[in-house]
Design a protein around this ligand. Structure first.
Ligand code: SAH
Ligand code: SF4
Ligand code: F3S
Length: 472
């Protein structure tokens, strides 16, 4: 149950809800596709690349799964529960397919990559299986499937970054957008399936990233989040200009597009975030003062088994360094409870490092063994489920307290807030974020304000999840 609760929080907070994209004008298109995404922001960004590829071939997006000729589900393998969610959704698609002849179902993303053609045997209704590096071949695969063959392409690439494809923004608020700057991961954290589903790390051409960000700004967007599994290892050599672009450099170049464009990024591996990045963040007001710095565990012994390559002390020193350079910086984390061999003492070290780091929020999970990972091959998944859940519950409780304390400290402060749209509960209120990535809800008052505007808001009250305020 607990994993469900935290997964749901994760879905809503960072990973967005499963969504259906809008159709521009359905009649313009020869076929209509429906796409639903699960997992991390990178999957959501990929779905926008897929939409662009399909658009070009004359397929239009629809929000309504009932009227789709093609259904795509962009999948995640990070935890077993993520895969179960996809399987359940596929059963629902099966019913639809029984009613509607000729409809095709395609599985995209990490689960497609992990299971490959095995998927076709396990899930009879699936017609197309495409891994994260093979989306350019999607139109051809659709053609094959229409001809009655099962179509699979799960080849991983060392080069593919979809740099030249301008994503079709799906279900966007028109204010903030995600921009993929690299793909894959070379880190091999022992619990993690991503290096297997996404392949080797590669950085996208810096010029194409900047063009995309500039274009977004010109279309009215006011916030870009640069995405990668490990953004701090971004590295691109621009041979035409004889220039090497590090992540710090890329951040700076993006920040210089306009002071009105906020720049965020996700995710940082603690081992790779440099002073250079921290100083660049401090230098530009529009680079948001917020770092997602997943710790995973507070125990050096467990961190070693996880292959995270830093120690508890090293991580704590990194937190100190961030606070030294940017005292106001928000910090959040990912935490895994009950990794192989974890003792109560290790668990207490995790609770302790959370308090030390004073996370504004965290995404919390219990360990889920993934086939093929280093941990699955080397270590026994030996912590009983009830112990994992109890530890996770304790972690959640500590985080709830830290989040509330962090928000309470903000009461009375004034923040510059980017308006993202109506608050979910009340259309007479706006919802926006401050630089630390905290959500602030406040009454609209001034009728001239619109989403995408910046406004100063004084915090008057808070809950554990949200700041409440008024315009000053
Ligand atoms: N690249 C990011 C993480 C991507 S996965 C990073 O290195 O920080 C997001 C989070 O899912 C991870 O940080 C981790 O906390 C969690 N996670 C990954 N594999 C997991 C597993 N097998 N069981 C439970 N949680 C896992
Ligand atoms: Fe997975 Fe580690 Fe890579 Fe993150 S850095 S995607 S946790 S292997
Ligand atoms: Fe999931 Fe793949 Fe992202 S496994 S978390 S969708 S990289």
């Amino acid at each position: 149950m607990l994993d469900y609760v935290t997964d749901k929080v994760q879905d809503e907070a960072r990973q967005g809800e499963a969504f259906a994209p809008y159709a521009s004008d359905p009649n313009e298109y020869k076929k209509r596709f429906y796409i639903e995404s699960y997992g991390c922001q990178m999957n959501f960004a990929d779905s926008e690349v897929v939409a662009a590829i399909l658009n070009k071939e004359g397929f239009g997006a629809t929000r309504n799964v009932e009227e789709a000729d093609l259904i795509f589900i962009n999948t995640c393998s990070i935890r077993e529960k993520a895969e179960q969610t996809v399987r359940k959704r596929l059963t629902e698609f099966r019913k639809l397919k029984e009613r509607k002849r000729g409809m095709l179902v395609g599985v995209l993303g990490c689960m497609a990559e992990r299971l490959k053609s095995q998927f076709l045997e396990e899930e009879k209704l699936v017609d197309i299986v495409v891994g994260p590096d093979a989306y350019r071949t999607l139109p051809a695969l659709v053609g094959e499937a229409e001809g009655g063959q099962k179509a699979v392409n799960v080849l991983l690439s060392r080069e593919e970054t979809y740099a030249d494809i301008s994503p079709v923004r799906l279900d966007s608020n028109g204010v903030s957008a995600f921009v993929s700057i690299m793909r894959g991961c070379n880190n091999m954290c022992s619990f993690c399936v991503v290096p297997f589903t996404r392949g080797r790390e590669r950085s996208r051409d810096a010029a194409s990233i900047l063009i995309e960000c500039r274009d977004l700004f010109e279309k009215g967007y006011r916030e870009v989040t640069l995405l990668g599994q490990n953004v701090d290892s971004y590295y691109f050599v621009d041979e035409t200009k004889d220039e090497t672009v590090t992540f710090a450099k890329l951040l700076e170049k993006t920040a210089l597009i306009s002071p009105l464009l906020r720049v965020r990024f996700s995710t940082s591996h603690p081992k790779d975030i440099t002073d250079d990045v921290l100083y660049t963040m401090a230098k530009y007001e529009n680079i948001c003062k917020y770092i997602h710095l997943p710790v995973q565990s507070g125990s050096t012994r467990v961190l070693q088994l996880m292959n995270r390559t830093y120690t508890r002390e090293w991580y704590m020193a990194k937190v100190d360094r961030i606070r030294e350079i940017m005292p106001e910086c928000g910090i959040s984390s990912d935490i895994i409870a009950g990794f192989c061999t974890e003792e109560e003492e290790d668990h207490r070290a995790t609770l302790d490092i959370m308090k030390y780091s004073r996370y504004d929020f965290s995404y919390m999970f219990f360990y889920s063994e993934r086939p093929g990972t280093l941990a699955q091959r080397r270590y026994k998944d030996d912590i009983p489920e009830d112990v994992k859940k109890r530890r996770l519950q304790e972690i959640v409780e500590v985080q709830n307290r830290l989040s509330l304390e962090s928000n309470q400290k903000d009461v009375g402060k004034i923040f510059k807030v980017l308006i993202e749209g109506d608050s979910k509960k009340n259309e007479k209120e706006w919802k926006g974020r401050n630089t630390q990535n905290k959500v602030i809800v406040f009454p609209k008052e001034n009728p001239e304000l619109k989403k995408g505007d910046y406004v100063n808001v004084k915090v008057t009250d808070c809950t554990q999840a949200t700041l409440l305020g008024e315009i000053v």
